[in-house]
Design a protein around this ligand. Structure first.
Ligand SMILES: [Zn+2]
Ligand SMILES: [Zn+2]
Length: 224
């Protein structure tokens, strides 16, 4: 299938937007959040929806108006409590589903940790005497040009800024018995890509768990 070809109710590779929301390829309805709708109505995660209809990660699955409201709300992120409250006003059923399964899937273990640190950083923003590590929230000493406190936190930060593949979902699928090739076919990528992505994700989560258990100090630059 080529970008622009007819695909269900829409066009492959495109998200069509009208005043009442984004067009769902699966059912032809219009919705403020295709991510929430695809999950609650069609049982597809946002990544599965993107894969099925050729939608690149850079194309939002949230209607422009809703998206602008989200960016206007200062600390609000997709999946955050503020975002859920907003969705709840527009689509209470979707929001209640989002609260349970999707908020877990969207955020995941790593995302939940990031939100915790972000909350602490926001709370501490009123007294900007000490710069704090964006990963672990500890004061930054002797790394004035950095946003992280240590090589460990720098590595965690780099992984988070670069990773875009649904690594946690793939890791979960593999843990449930799906092979690398099987996952690759579902998402339209090679089995090598899936395996490397999951191994990087596991190394990253090992870093995150090490950080939680031991703090950021005395960690080798690279782990084997
Ligand atoms: Zn639909
Ligand atoms: Zn740190």
């Amino acid at each position: 299938m080529q970008v622009g070809d007819p695909d269900g109710h829409g066009r492959y590779g495109h998200v069509d937007e009208e005043a009442d929301g984004l067009l769902c390829h699966e059912c032809g309805g219009h919705y403020r959040s295709l991510g929430v709708h695809a999950y609650t109505a069609h049982g597809m995660t946002a990544d599965e929806y993107r894969a099925a209809h050729g939608i690149p990660q850079r194309v939002p699955l949230i209607a422009t108006e809703t998206r602008e409201a989200v960016s206007a709300a200062s600390a609000a992120r997709v999946g955050s409590e503020a975002w859920l409250r907003m969705v709840e006003k527009r689509d209470p059923t979707a929001a209640s589903h989002a609260r349970t399964r999707e908020s877990f899937q969207r955020r995941g273990k790593d995302r939940a940790r990031q939100i915790e640190v972000a909350k602490r950083n926001i709370a501490g923003a009123r007294k900007p005497i000490t710069r704090r590590c964006e990963v672990c929230d500890r004061p930054i000493v002797g790394r004035k040009d950095r946003s992280t406190c240590s090589p460990l936190c720098a590595r965690i930060s780099t992984y988070r800024s670069k990773s875009s593949a649904p690594a946690e979902v793939w890791d979960q699928l593999h843990a449930e018995g799906a092979g690398w090739s099987e996952i690759g076919r579902r998402y339209g990528v090679t089995h090598t890509n899936v395996r490397n992505t999951v191994l990087r994700y596991r190394a990253h989560m090992a870093d995150v768990e090490f950080l939680e258990a031991h703090g950021p100090g005395d960690v080798p630059e690279k782990r084997g």
